[in-house]
Structure formats: structure tokens, C-alpha cells
Design a protein around this ligand. Sequence first.
Ligand code: SAH
Ligand code: SF4
Length: 362
Amino acid sequence: MQNLLDLDADALIAWFAERGEKPFRARQILRWIHRFGETDFDAMTDVAKSLRALLKETACIQPPVPIRDNLSTDGTRKWLMDVGNGNAVETVFIPEATRGTLCVSSQAGCALDCAFCSTGKQGFNRNLSAAEIIGQLWLANRLLGAEPNGERIISNVVMMGMGEPLANFDNVVSALKLMLDDHAYGLSRRRVTVSTSGIVPAMDRLREECPVALAVSLHAPNDALRDKLVPINQKYPLKDLLAACNRYLDKAPRDFITFEYIMLEGVNDGDEHIRQLIDIAREVPCKYNLIPFNPFPDSGFHRSSGPVVRRFSQLLNEAGIVTTTRKTRGDDVDAACGQLAGQVKDKTRRTQKRVVPIQEVR
Ligand code: SAH
Ligand code: SF4
């Protein structure tokens, strides 16, 4: 059985061509699946009966299965998706006044082992399939009650959940293409963001194959410190990373890179780091997004204090560099950056948590 969620438009057209069907049929099916959220071939009434019969025999539409659905007091919603063998990944929806952002996972676990990251501490289990990646958006739309022709509830997608998206390149790009496809989700390239810890060759490939907005997890402004915090830096040091950022900007939908910078008390929040960040901003057109560290058990790090973060931000802004500080959302359901653990274990003892029963998924 071919899971049709695994196929982007080109792959679906090729799959249909092998069965003697025209490209427009593939686009029709794409719309049924992604725009209308349909899983029942019989309901696809404008598709010829014979084709429906063939699809029923050889294909299916199988999104991931949500096993938990948590709603934070601030409206952030987090789903745990079963990906088999006792593994699960997390997807987070963050509503704001002017947009709704879905934070999507790309791997079960992560092999890159950044020092401050709870996902990295779990180790790596496997890459998610394209169906499991786009399936998070498919399912979130359904669970949020999106109407095919209604107002868009999810306006932005960020690949900032569990895993390193560029280490699962092909499946992530298939999913990205569906996010952008007018017959599927039709999101603008500027509203789809890949976040990477800096896998330089894959950044170059992304620029060629599917340029979307790019966020780079910088977290340290010099190699000595970055080698420790983001170990992939030992392979692709800052000089190479910054050069790759500039190459990326040639084709990017935005004219700056967002550098994510986690604020770790006494580690990367000193005056010398501000100076080094200003130097980096002279090399690469960028914005800084400061992320207060979200603690997890035995991390060994502490969040920089509010005044330190504010001063850091102020000095960067005064140097003419747009700098924002990420608001921590969904704290009470462990949905904040870097807290996505995805294990299937009962955390419901925590106070404040409101567990919403999983709605019927059709
Ligand atoms: N692997 C990719 C994307 C997933 S992580 C990457 O590293 O960019 C998404 C963001 O959350 C990254 O910027 C990551 O560094 C950050 N992050 C990881 N652990 C965190 C923590 N404990 N507190 C705050 N942010 C964290
Ligand atoms: Fe992996 Fe990103 Fe976590 Fe690093 S921060 S371990 S790259 S998920």
C-alpha cells in the first residue's frame, strides 16, 4: 500500500503516470487529501469510479496517530504523535494575534547532541517519513477544526520541533514542497522556516532545491564555545557556517538569516559575546532571536536572568541589529523550545496541566 501522504506533487504525478493517469488527476487527489483533509476515496466524488477503485486497492492516506493532546493555559496546544516502537514525536501549535504557528518535528530524537537540548539528550531513534512530517500539519489542521475554504488557522510552519531537519533532507524537502504547493497548503516561502544547527552542505542543497526562510542555531559567537554547545561546529566551524549563510541569502525568500541564540547564564551571556555577535552581524545580514533557556532535569545549565537578557538585547539593538527575545509559551505543558521530549510516559502529575481528550480524527 502506498501512503499518499508520502508523495509531494511531482512524486504523485509520477505515481499516477505509472498507472496511466494524467497529472491533473494527481492534483485533484492532492487537493482532496491536503486541502479537504479527506481520507476516504469514495468521498472524492469528482474522481472517476475506476480510479477510486484502483486507489482503494493500492493506496491509503495514513496520518500519524495522536496519543496525547495537551492545551496550555496560554492557548498553546501540544500533540504527542505515535511513530511506532514506543517512540513518539511532538507537534506544537502556537496561536498569536496575527498568526498561528505550527512547530513540526523531523526526527524521533536527534543525533547531534547539543549540550542544552532535551531532544538531543534522548539520543536518535530514526528519521520521520515525509508522511509523518506533513502528517503533523494535516492532522493539526483537522484537530484545530480548519475548514477547507475557511480562514487559515495555521499560517506559519517552523521546523523547530524534535530533530535536525537537514539531517533528514529528502523527507523534509518533500514535506516542505507540500506546504508550499497551491494544491496542498499554499503557504508562502517566507512563512515556512527551517531551523538548523548548521549542516553546511545541506544548507547549500536546501538553497537549490527548496529555499524557505532559514533560522540557524548559533548559540555561541566563537568556535571554542560553539564546539562545546553545538558539537556539529567541530565539523562545520563558524567561518564555513557564515559563508553558507551568505550563499543561502542569494536565493532565500527573506534578506536576512535569523540567528537563534539561547541565553545560558554565565556561559554565553557576557559582554565579550555581545561584541563577537556584533562582528558576526557585520559579516551576515541577520536578526538575532534570543531564546531564554528552558530548563529540563539534569541539564546543568541555568537561564540568564531577565535583566541580563534585556541588556544583551538592548546593546545589540543599539548596534543597529534587530534583536528580539522569544516569549516562552506552553511552559505548563512542556511545549517550550528544547523541552520536546516525546517519550510515551505519563507526565500528567504536573499541576496546572489540562489534558484534552483527543478528538475523533477522520
Ligand atoms: N535541530 C534544529 C531544530 C530543532 S531545535 C536546530 O537545532 O536548530 C529548535 C530550537 O530550539 C533550536 O534553536 C534549539 O537550539 C533550541 N533549543 C534547544 N534546546 C533548548 C532549550 N533547552 N531551551 C531553549 N531552546 C532550546
Ligand atoms: Fe538536535 Fe537541534 Fe536539539 Fe541540537 S538543538 S540536539 S540539532 S534538535
